[in-house]
Design a protein around this ligand. Structure first.
Ligand code: 2AM
Ligand code: CA
Length: 285
């Protein structure tokens, strides 16, 4: 099958329907969870994650029986196809577990043109708590609930609202707290809402001017990175080199503050120290 932009776009209605159906399923679990409160939290989350991924895999297989699927919960089903789906059935699991309504479903489709080369051609991210659907097809632009979207026009970090995230495990090995500190001092603020896929949506539609995170997995970024790029933004590693799904560094911006954030990151990596904490007489003033 040829991979062209019209073909990529033709996947979107079915992708959106799958994401909406999985989102509705997550909301059923979410409301149950609020009633259950203290009992079986981990089990419930695992059940929601697994049930949503099972549903998504069933729908993909019904529509495209030969496509490969890589999902957060079940790993890779390799059927030898040129097409591969990246499935995050519930991005924002920690939020979900605590009843904090910031989570989503993320689906992306990659077309491999050779053994080494593949490009993401389409993606959807659905936030069932707000009924917000973000969709993207390669060379066909990014959309939010059917309207074309574009990244923000903010030109300096000082005037920017940006976002980052922290992993739920191995936080002691994550250097991001230093970045969080420095960028907080140099911007309007750094939000940390707990869903990388939604953070990327918010860059794409201009609510955030930039986003960065360490160690994300392919299913967290596959749809959102394409969305930012098609919305006119830029996504690279922290040193500006090309982003890949296994890069372990994601820097996504409106393009205009990209170089400035890269310079800040280079300085932090080079060891510019944290300012010492202020004396209580300072911060109470
Ligand atoms: P999840 O909710 O699907 O686990 C938090 O900013 C983001 O990082 C979320 O998108 C979250 O996805 C992801 N995340 C959580 N724990 C992680 C880990 N240990 N390694 C990599 N990404 C993680
Ligand atoms: Ca995730």
């Amino acid at each position: 099958m040829p991979s062209n932009s019209s073909e990529a776009e033709s996947f979107l209605p079915a992708m959106a329907a799958i994401a909406r159906e999985a989102g509705a399923l997550l909301m059923d679990y979410f409301h149950q969870h609020l009633k259950i409160e203290y009992k079986g939290e981990a089990d419930l989350v695992t059940a929601a994650d697994r049930a949503a991924e099972k549903l998504i895999r069933e729908r993909i297989t019904q529509n495209w029986p030969d496509h490969d699927v890589l999902g957060e919960e079940q790993g890779l089903s390799d059927r030898g196809s040129d097409y591969r789906w990246y499935v995050d059935p519930l991005d924002g699991t920690t939020n979900f577990a605590h009843g904090f309504p910031v989570f989503c479903v993320s689906l992306a489709l990659e077309h491999r043109t050779s053994k080494l080369d593949g490009e993401r051609v389409a993606g959807v991210i659905y936030d069932p708590t707000r009924d917000e659907l973000f969709s993207v097809a390669k060379r066909k632009g990014a959309h939010f609930n059917g309207q074309a979207i574009h990244v923000s026009k903010i030109r300096s970090l000082q005037e920017s609202l940006v976002a980052t995230g922290f992993p739920s495990h191995k936080r002691h090995k994550n250097p991001n707290i230093y970045f969080y500190h420095q960028i907080t001092l140099r911007s309007h603020g750094v939000r940390r809402a707990g869903s990388a896929a939604l953070d990327l949506c918010n860059v794409a539609c201009g609510r955030f001017d930039g986003f960065w995170e360490f160690n994300l997995n392919p299913w967290d970024t596959a749809a959102g990175v394409l969305l930012v790029e098609e919305a006119g933004g830029k996504v690279t590693r922290f040193d500006g080199s090309p982003f890949e799904l296994n890069s372990r560094e994601t820097l996504a911006t409106n393009g205009l503050i990209h170089a400035e954030l890269m310079r800040e990151f280079a300085e932090i990596f080079a060891g510019r120290g944290l300012e010492t904490p202020p004396d209580p007489r300072e911060y109470k003033r």
